[in-house]
Design a protein around this ligand. Structure first.
Ligand SMILES: Nc1nc2c(ncn2[C@@H]2O[C@H](COP(=O)(O)OP(=O)(O)OP(=O)(O)O)[C@@H](O)[C@H]2O)c(=O)[nH]1
Ligand SMILES: [Mg+2]
Length: 723
């Protein structure tokens, strides 16, 4: 989901980037077009402006030409009117100067006269001209024709002026020195000459006026064109601006919308990614099944708690819980049920803890609890007792009932360790001890435990080889009928002939065998060997002898236990009725439904079931009744002090009464003297066992004792020194 969102976001991001690129492209193109158009239009307008300026310059020259021609014309008439030769000469000089100036003007016009030339001509109003025309025109003058027409007239003027001057001078001379006839002749020539002058100036003025008006019209045309171009330019400029604005609005709005959508998608992706990161973080620090903190988180919290405890001098505790026999629950009911049970237990434990305590799952059926901020160690034990409440209750899962116990190890800090690893290891060691001591209990860590654990681990390794190396032995202790005092059975007792440690009793190694699973191998060996050994004995007392074999709860939890036993009995042709399986109450606590089913099958086969160590466990009387045991065995701990200890006497009497009431015969273990024997006999105890009747002995010794009894049949049997 996260990858998908990230891809989406990437796609949207790319699309938005493309749109943005396009938008920028359109902007740049529009800008280039506007600048290009603006440049060409301004160039066009500049050209037109320049043309206008030039025309105005020419107009000015045209005006000047017209003015000068008028002056010349006026001067001519003055010459004609003047009789003074000196005055005539002055006027003639002025005319010639004006003609020269006129020629200059015409040359400027003819060559497409420049503003600078116009300036050199000392024309008035030059400033305005310069402002209007700021560059050199290059085109040829359009007034060449007028110039060509005017130019010859100027030569004519020069000639006429010279003629007029000459005539005037001649006239003056005639007036003073010549005859009247000569004077008249000169006067006549002058008048004739003067007659030709008006038409000449008329033509000249015409040309000059054409020049003037032509320029004027041209200026008007240019200005009109200029106005049109300016308007066109404005329209195009505004259209382009409008186009750009529309483009900007459309693309801008679309892009903003798209960017908003992209932003929203990106935000979603970010949220999804954050959630994924949180989930990953949670997964890295929590157990998947129960949702509890895992080892990583526990160690980190423990580290903080240790540091706090060092600062404030308070103490804390690490409790290591491991459920007892959980493997068999998995095996019998499946992992799903096992999972549900783990979850239910975790809920129960959590409810009994403070919010500040950490309940973590270490995997499997192990829970580690961190409790800190305690004043004294006993407070931790109080919490543990509270937690044990969870383990002595019934769990209802998938319409089944489960009883579960746990073993717990407790380590305190800073006393038992100053770092998380050491504390957890020590709590684990204490838990191991709790398992070794029979489970369903709390052990508080002490330094000696570490050595103990090392020893136990060594024993575990050696025990693996014990079967293979034939170091296991079976001893048999007689079971005596309390009324006849005859041997009517034997209890098979396991011993381990350890090469270095000597002969070891079961309490020194059986818990290790149970813990490591070796009990299955050991138990199978015991069953086969005992049945094999007892085969001849049963023939001595057919139908009466019973072989009692201890079986572990773990063995009974094997789903094929009944089948295996049946095969064994068949193999050695041993009658099922001659076999009594002794078990402790733990089988009842673990799984009542399974125990019921198995017992039903065993009873159906004919195998008897005895409850061992009665009074030391927590079994409910209802269950005892349901199980239909063939015998109840009172633990030797209660027999030892009778008849002196009133409490023990009361307990044994109660057990006997309970057995009689339920019609279950009672066996008393550990009978060591005649007083105890008599006391028990009097109270109706059905069977006895103990050193008073015989210590555990080898199979051969037992056979011997048994055969002797059969031959002599003289009870009671004296105590013997067995193994
Ligand atoms: N249902 C379930 N079982 C698990 C899970 N993780 C581990 N286990 C099983 O839990 C069992 C725990 O083993 P142990 O504690 O050594 O065995 P046990 O039968 O409880 O024996 P003791 O603790 O010695 O009394 C193993 O069989 C594991 O396969 C899980 O997540 N769910
Ligand atoms: Mg366990």
């Amino acid at each position: 989901m996260t990858d998908h969102s990230a891809q989406d976001a990437q796609t949207v991001h790319e699309a938005s980037t493309r749109r943005l690129d396009l938008l920028v492209g359109v902007f740049v193109t529009a800008l280039v077009i506007i600048l290009g158009l603006s440049y060409s239009f301004s160039k066009l307008i500049d050209d037109l402006n320049q043309q206008g300026a030039n025309e105005r310059a020419r107009l000015f020259i045209g005006e000047d030409i017209v003015r000068k021609i008028n002056l010349i014309e006026k001067d001519f008439y003055q010459i004609v009117a003047t009789r003074s030769t000196r005055a005539c000469e002055i006027i003639a000089t002025e005319i010639l100067a004006n003609v020269s100036a006129l020629e200059g003007d015409l040359r400027v016009l003819q060559s497409g006269g420049t503003v600078r030339q116009i300036i050199q001509l000392n024309i008035d109003n030059v400033d305005q001209m310069v402002r209007e025309a700021s560059y050199q025109p290059h085109e040829r003058s359009p007034y060449t024709m007028e110039v060509i027409e005017i130019s010859p007239h100027l030569d004519q003027i020069r000639k006429n002026t010279a003629t007029l001057l000459a005539l005037t001078q001649a006239n003056a001379k005639e007036c003073s020195a010549s005859s009247q006839a000569e004077h008249d002749l000169a006067q006549g020539e002058l008048e004739t000459f003067l007659k030709g002058i008006p038409p000449f100036f008329h033509r000249l003025n015409e040309n000059a006026n054409r020049l003037f008006y032509g320029s004027n019209q041209e200026i008007e045309r240019i200005e009109a064109e200029l106005a049109v171009k300016r308007n066109q330019y404005k329209i195009i400029e505004m259209s382009l601006m409008a186009l750009v604005i529309v483009f900007t609005l459309v693309f801008g709005l679309t892009s903003v919308r798209r960017l908003n959508a992209a932003h929203a998608r990106l935000s979603q992706t970010l949220i999804a990614m954050r959630a994924a990161r949180d989930e990953a973080e949670h997964m890295a620090t929590h157990d998947m099944l129960c949702g509890l903190p895992n080892r990583v988180l526990l160690e980190s919290r423990l580290e903080q708690a240790i540091a706090r405890s060092k600062r404030n001098g308070r103490i804390g505790a690490v409790a290591f819980f491991d459920l007892d026999g959980f493997k068999s629950i998995n095996d019998r009911h499946g992992h799903d049920i096992g999972d549900l049970l783990l979850i239910a237990v975790s809920h129960c434990l959590r409810e009994r803890l403070r919010a500040s305590d950490t309940l973590s799952r270490f995997g499997g059926d192990e829970f580690v609890i961190l409790i800190d901020d305690l004043s004294e160690a006993d407070e931790a034990l109080i919490v543990m007792e509270k937690l044990f409440g969870c383990l002595r209750t019934q769990y209802h899962i998938a319409q089944k009932e489960f009883y579960i116990t746990a073993s717990c190890g407790l380590a305190l800090f800073p006393k038992d360790g100053e770092d998380p690893q050491t504390l957890i290891k020590n709590a684990d060691t204490a838990m191991y001890q709790a398992k070794a001591q029979g489970r369903n209990r709390i052990c508080v860590y002490n330094a000696a435990m570490t050595d103990e654990v090392v020893t136990q681990l060594t024993i575990k390794d050696e025990l693996r080889l014990a079967v293979e190396n034939q170091q296991l032995r079976l001893y048999y202790q007689p079971l005596i009928d309390a009324r006849s005092l005859q041997i009517i059975g034997a209890e098979a007792l396991l011993r381990w002939q350890h090469p270095q440690r000597g002969l070891l009793a079961p309490d020194q190694f059986i818990h290790i065998a149970e813990q490591s699973g070796l009990i299955l191998e050991l138990g199978a060996w015991v069953l086969e060997r005992a049945i094999q050994d007892a085969r001849p004995w049963i023939e001595l007392y057919p139908g009466q002898f019973k072989l009692h074999i201890n079986v572990s709860g773990i063995q009974l939890k094997q789903s094929d236990f009944a089948e295996r036993l049946s095969a064994l009995l068949q193999r050695y042709s041993y009658p099922a009725e001659g076999l009594e399986l002794e078990m402790t109450e733990s089988i009842l606590i673990d799984d009542v439904a399974h125990a019921n089913g198995l017992f039903e099958r065993l009873r159906h086969m004919g195998v008897g079931l005895s409850l061992d160590d009665f009074g030391t466990g927590y079994s409910s009387l209802t269950h005892l009744r349901q199980m239909q045991f063939s015998y109840i065995k009172i633990d030797r701990a209660f027999i030892h002090n009778i008849p002196n200890d009133q409490d023990d006497c009361a307990l044994v009497e109660a057990t006997l009464a309970f057995g009689h009431r339920l019609d279950i015969p009672v066996i008393a273990e550990g009978v060591e003297n005649a007083t105890q024997q008599v006391w028990l006999q009097k109270r109706g105890c059905e069977m006895m066992q103990g050193y008073f009747f015989g210590k555990p002995m080898s199979a051969q010794d037992f056979l011997h004792r048994f055969e002797t009894q059969r031959k002599t049949a003289t009870p009671p049997l004296p105590p013997t020194d067995g193994a």
